[in-house]
Design a protein around this ligand. Sequence first.
Ligand code: MN
Length: 175
Amino acid sequence: MSLEQYKAKRDFSQTKEPAGKTVSAKKVAPLSFVVQKHAASHLHYDFRLEMEGVLKSWAVPKGFPYIKGDRRLAMQVEDHPIDYGGFEGTIPPGNYGAGTVMLWDFGTYEVVGGDPLRALEKGKVPLELQGKKLKGRWTLVRMKPKDGEAKVAWLMIKSEIDSKPISGRADDRSA
Ligand code: MN
């Protein structure tokens, strides 16, 4: 996996974000996930899954759905380095993603009945999340791109039963 796109978008003399060292893929479970609340020009939640030594990443503008069948747009963005998962801070004005990043949730995940990378390639990733806030099952489904469009638009769908309401949930703007 490559962090070229990640590095190309950032000037590490300006931002304190991790410079993006490559690590080898973890061979054994559990794999980790993080959600970072990012108050950029538009507030969104960055959902990141550890896979192949990088964090596969999606920007979820409206946060996670909690009611079975509810779906939210999740735009896939460039792979981030593993140590980005521990980043909190303010990206200075004028830089890519300028604004404040705070850790909103973290934990471990499994792809239900499958291999994470294969699921990602197929465009359907059934997730079991064990976080501090997010507990339960969600499925990421890639939308069919229109002609010439990049394959970046996904839906985050709440699968199975509703997750218990939690304080500070990602669709609660007062959180
Ligand atoms: Mn972001």
